[in-house]
Design a protein around this ligand. Structure first.
Ligand code: ATP
Ligand code: MN
Length: 479
């Protein structure tokens, strides 16, 4: 008898056939009429009920079948007598692959807190919540590759170890093979990186963009999708030290094209998840509704998860400039009442509280903010003629804040090098980057989407550490 996943089986196996299912026991319930075991194999949020007659299984076998143990069961697929499932398997033969001592197995059939589950990240994929999140994460990754492939983009793998620390996107993790206790020193008494593995100081990448631009200036449209590292010591619910970033970069795209692409892209992948992850999303939707009930009335959100996703894909994102946004913020109630923690005025970097006010209170829609002051954005962004702003764009989402950051890039060599001097970046250090502006420069643009922030949004989870299998954050790298 060939083995099928539970997902396959629930979808296609005809009643009356003999089937084999394999999976982990979620619950076992014994009544005087039968023994009911719920098996889950991770292929779907659903369990399959397998049923034994009283006395059918030897007592010593029955004892081994506890929550968390792993079984293979062969039997006839029949219509279920009980409520809650259409079909069940009448056990004919059972093999216990692995037991799980109930005294020690930490996942018991009850609700565990997300904090507790973070401490057992090696087992939490066996819970409904995490398996649902991980299946949705997979679907979104697949949808992203599909979107770019369907739209003529090439997948470019940019390096994970880089020597450029010029981008300034965040604090970096050093990569070295030098002796940690006694590194070689130069004449100035500093670490002599010329003796290091690469003959220079190297770090884990904070962004693939600069190399992505090199690709776009040859292949036209590229995207990266890879791990990204930032040693930011911020313990927030939206930052990880290791996260995955998607960075499309397109020749011949200007700011407006960039915005259009970003909006179409996120809507398309969210639509894909709605279409392909219905069961998992329904589960998370319910979970969230239960959670909302425990909150005070005024803190409950007006939207369920599915409604929120539908809302985002069926409404146009609001587009406005940073300057317009500052106007709104300065005249907002919380600003007048002194309720913002950080001051807002033209020139400041928007804090998450400001971004969320615009999205959640003022517009009640995703927002694309453009044309930020050049001082608060990276050197490579295209300068506006006013000399004050650059062609940046940030996409802001409800509950998340910034989900995408991007820009049209400065394609004028002189302006770019002048800006580098101003911010203290040695153009020589990025000679290869500047070569794209020396040889066949062209207007181009791109953006970075933090994958986990997208997964956060789509799953409705509240903490970014709960949407990546094994999170990396300050003081946390156990698994
Ligand atoms: P933030 O202001 O939220 O820290 P950023 O402006 O530093 O983000 P960018 O350099 O613009 O981020 O990176 C592009 C995208 O990568 C962001 O829009 C966000 O979705 C994601 N991102 C950035 N830093 C992190 C992080 N530490 N963990 C997870 N995602 C991140
Ligand atoms: Mn940003």
């Amino acid at each position: 008898m060939s083995y099928q996943s539970i997902q396959q089986l629930l979808k296609t196996a005809p009643v009356g056939t003999t089937v084999t299912v394999k999976g982990w026991v979620r619950t076992k319930r014994e009544s005087k009429n039968a023994v009911f075991i719920a098996l889950n194999d991770g292929s779907t949020i659903h369990t399959i009920q397998v049923v034994a007659q009283p006395g059918q299984l030897p007592e010593e076998t029955l004892k081994l079948i506890t929550t968390g143990s792993c079984l293979a069961v062969t039997g006839q697929l029949v219509e279920s007598q009980g409520a809650g499932q259409a079909v069940e398997v009448k056990i004919e033969d059972v093999t216990v692959y692995g037991t799980a001592d109930p005294e020690k197995y930490p996942l018991q059939p009850k609700r565990h807190s997300l904090e507790f589950l973070r401490e057992i990240a090696h087992l939490r994929p066996r819970t409904n919540t995490f398996s649902a999140v991980l299946r949705i994460r997979h679907a979104l990754a697949f949808a992203i590759h599909k979107y770019f492939n369907d739209n003529g983009f090439y997948y470019l793998n940019t390096p994970i170890i880089t020597a450029s620390d010029a981008e300034g996107a965040g604090e970096m993790f050093r990569v070295t093979t030098l002796d940690a206790i006694k590194p070689p020193l130069n004449e100035e008494g500093k670490v002599d990186f010329s003796q290091d593995f690469f003959g220079r100081e190297t770090n884990l990448t904070v962004s693939g963009q600069l190399e992505g631009e090199l690709g776009a200036m040859a292949l036209g449209k590229i995207y990266t999708f890879g791990p990204t590292f930032r040693a930011e010591n911020s313990n927030t619910t939206r930052h990880l030290a290791e996260f995955w970033m998607i960075e499309p970069e397109m020749a011949f795209h200007e700011l407006e094209d960039n915005m259009n692409l970003a909006e179409d892209f996120v809507k398309t992948v969210i639509r894909y998840a709605i279409q392909h992850c219905a069961d998992d999303l329904a589960f998370l939707d319910n979970r969230l509704k239960e959670e909302e009930k425990t909150k005070k009335k005024e803190e409950q959100s007006e939207f369920g998860l599915l409604e929120k996703l539908q809302f985002v894909i069926s409404n146009e994102f609001v587009r406005l400039t940073y300057t317009e946004a500052i106007d709104i913020l300065v005249n907002s109630k919380p600003a007048k009442k002194g309720q913002f923690q950080y001051e807002v005025k033209w020139g400041v970097d928007l804090q998450s509280e400001h971004e969320r006010y615009l999205v959640e209170k003022h517009f009640k829609k995703p927002v694309i903010l453009t044309n930020y002051p050049r001082e608060i954005k990276a050197f490579y962004m295209k300068q506006d003629p006013d000399g004050k702003t650059v062609r940046a764009m940030d996409v802001l989402f409800p509950g998340i804040g910034e989900i995408i950051g991007g820009s049209q890039r400065e394609d004028d060599l002189d302006k770019l090098t002048a800006r580098m001097h101003e911010v203290g970046i040695e153009p020589e250090a990025l000679w290869w980057y500047l070569d794209t502006r020396r040889f066949g420069s062209a207007p181009h643009a791109g953006f970075g989407l933090g994958f986990e922030r997208l997964v956060l949004f789509v799953t409705g989870m509240g903490n970014i550490r709960d949407v990546i299998p094994f999170p990396r954050a300050p003081k946390s790298a156990e698994f």
